[in-house]
Design a protein around this ligand. Sequence first.
Ligand code: SAM
Length: 228
Amino acid sequence: MQFKSPRSLYNHISEKYSINRGKASNDLTELPAALNLLGDLQNKKVLDMGCGLGKHAYEFIKRGAKVTGYDASEKMVELTKKYCGDKGSFFTDTHEKVSFKPESFDCINASYTLGYSNKLPLIFEKVKKWLRQDGLFTFSIPHPLWLLKRVENMDYSKAHKIEINIDAYGIEVFNYYYPLDFYIQIINVNNFKLLNIIETTIPRSYKGKPEEKYRIPNALVFKLQKVK
Ligand SMILES: C[S@@+](CC[C@H](N)C(=O)[O-])C[C@H]1O[C@@H](n2cnc3c(N)ncnc32)[C@H](O)[C@@H]1O
């Protein structure tokens, strides 16, 4: 089935996504990496872009942050609200259209969501505007190696739309693939300082996972800082 927008895709798969999230490794890999990179969140104003099920938002709230989140899919926003209770402010909107006052946030997080947009340069400009001076921006993307098995004839040579085969959902999910130098270019154009990148694998302390999950990374998590 072909989906025209992230909204229609996630409205369609929200239930399966919610059920299968427990089986995915993200809670042991990408989520702790993002939390680690963001550091102390006590009393920080945090924006979670493409909040999905609200897993990140929940952890930010638990760490004392004042959290705002939005998602293109109203069904995913419902799930976030259910997961986070009455804490945080969550609504339906898109990266491309949503607007906040300049310098509204201390930290902005975008986990596994930017790849659904073909307007990455615009989104980075907006994030920079919404962040206060020295504010942090963490974002994660599927690791290029993780894509190799899931995208037929994966082509790393250019930015283009791809279809990712997610076995757990029994469907193909579209994404825009951007080579790493594309990210570096928009990081530099917007004068963000690149502070760190983590390649996430499951720590060996979690026993009983498929062997390759301890060795082959599933995500790249970036930490940027607005410096001017
Ligand atoms: C793979 S899920 C990730 C959810 C969550 N960030 C996480 O890591 O658990 C991607 C989410 O991004 C949302 N999304 C995709 N494109 C979007 C856009 N252009 N604007 C807002 N949300 C978007 C989807 O609706 C979906 O909930």
